[in-house]
Ligand binder design. Structure first.
Ligand SMILES: Cc1cc2nc3c(=O)[nH]c(=O)nc-3n(C[C@H](O)[C@H](O)[C@H](O)COP(=O)(O)OP(=O)(O)OC[C@H]3O[C@@H](n4cnc5c(N)ncnc54)[C@H](O)[C@@H]3O)c2cc1C
Length: 312
């Protein structure tokens, strides 16, 4: 299981060291711009651990209710309606909740971002998964699920066929989105850690009134191009980002292109320069006379949009 970290910066809160390094807000000693630029950085990897801190205690022994409204306190049966391969170790799994169950459920439970616990009936273990588009009017939820060589629930879900039943409980808030709190949100994901961010960005695209002044940047990494999120999921995001560069930016990273370079991909890790570049921080190489005159003889990185100036 890969580690994951989640940090967010909100107005008036202390900033963690990692986020401070990425923030373009000025150092205390520097001039304060008229409007503070508040940047939030969220990180999610394939089998995230720290997201569990946001979730209630697991309740694997919770009962199953057939017709009751959706709830994290008990399981609800759903029917598999589609299960197709989407990469070497991933599948797109679509399940349907009965209409009467959805109609009786409280819509305010579907936060940005939310997930459900799916139970492997064979061995009675559960894992959280994120519906990529939330739940639609027909009660459908689509999941992008990775199987690990010795993983339990992912492998079990890959075997599920249309018509079979699976049980889940939820919705559970993974992260509570706050409208118009952040000027810029940087989302960094690896593998299926993309799923919660897709759910958030899909909400942004489908609801123009959602945080209209916030800019979103997604930096996503998969090992190889064929392991990237399937095009049916990714393309609407990249298309939207192309049409609305002031609102969304999507950058894709791979370790290797294996079989020929793909021009739109970065073949590298999501490292500090990549994050700085996404935040609009431009490294300027000082001329020899600037170096000579500079008392500290350090390079200076300038903030972009409304950003302060940060000494490196
Ligand atoms: C809020 C949240 C949302 C999530 N959303 C998604 C999502 O949308 N899609 C998704 O795919 N995942 C998602 N995850 C991750 C998911 O919950 C599971 O962690 C993941 O699917 C692995 O579960 P598993 O039961 O298949 O594997 P596990 O059984 O938990 O195994 C995990 C790892 O341990 C290794 N392992 C297991 N047993 C052994 C052993 N005996 N010896 C050595 N190694 C072993 C496995 O190979 C695997 O690498 C989410 C996680 C969180 C916290």
């Amino acid at each position: 299981m890969l580690p994951t970290a989640s940090s967010c910066l909100r107005r008036g809160l202390l900033r963690p060291t990692f986020s401070r390094a990425l923030s373009t807000a000025p150092e205390p000693s520097q001039a304060i711009p008229t409007r503070k630029r508040v940047v939030s950085v969220l990180v999610a990897f394939a089998a995230g651990a720290s997201f569990y801190f946001f979730l209630p205690d697991p309740t694997r022994s919770a009962p199953t209710h057939q017709k009751a409204p959706l709830s994290p306190r008990y399981f609800t049966p759903a029917t598999v309606i589609h299960n197709e391969e989407s990469g070497p170790d991933t599948k797109l799994l679509r399940i349907a909740v009965p209409q009467e169950v959805l109609a009786a459920s409280d819509p305010s439970g579907f936060h940005n971002i939310w997930s459900v616990f799916i139970k492997d009936d064979d061995i009675q273990v559960e894992r959280p998964y994120t519906p990529l588009y939330g739940i639609d009017d027909h009660g459908h939820m689509l999941f992008w699920i990775k199987k690990y060589p010795k993983g339990e629930v992912g492998r079990w879900l890959h075997t599920k066929q249309p018509g079979e039943k699976i049980e889940f409980r939820g919705p559970l808030a993974t992260w509570d989105w706050k409208t118009d709190v952040w000027d810029e949100v940087v989302l960094i994901s690896g593998g299926t850690g993309f799923a919660p961010f897709h759910q958030l960005l899909h909400s942004v695209i489908s609801s123009p009134t959602m945080s209209p002044s916030t800019k979103f940047t997604l930096l996503h990494s998969s090992k190889r191009p064929e392991e990237l999120p399937p095009s049916s999921i990714l393309k609407p995001l990249t298309d939207y980002a192309e049409q609305h560069p002031e609102r969304m930016k999507v950058e894709l990273f791979v370790d290797t292109t294996e079989g020929g370079p793909v021009s739109s991909l970065h073949v590298k890790r999501i490292d500090r320069p990549a994050i700085e570049s996404s935040l609009g921080l431009v490294r300027e190489t000082p001329s020899w006379w600037q170096r000579l005159l500079s008392p500290s003889r350090r390079w200076v990185a300038r903030g972009g949009r409304e950003g302060g100036t940060t000494r490196l």
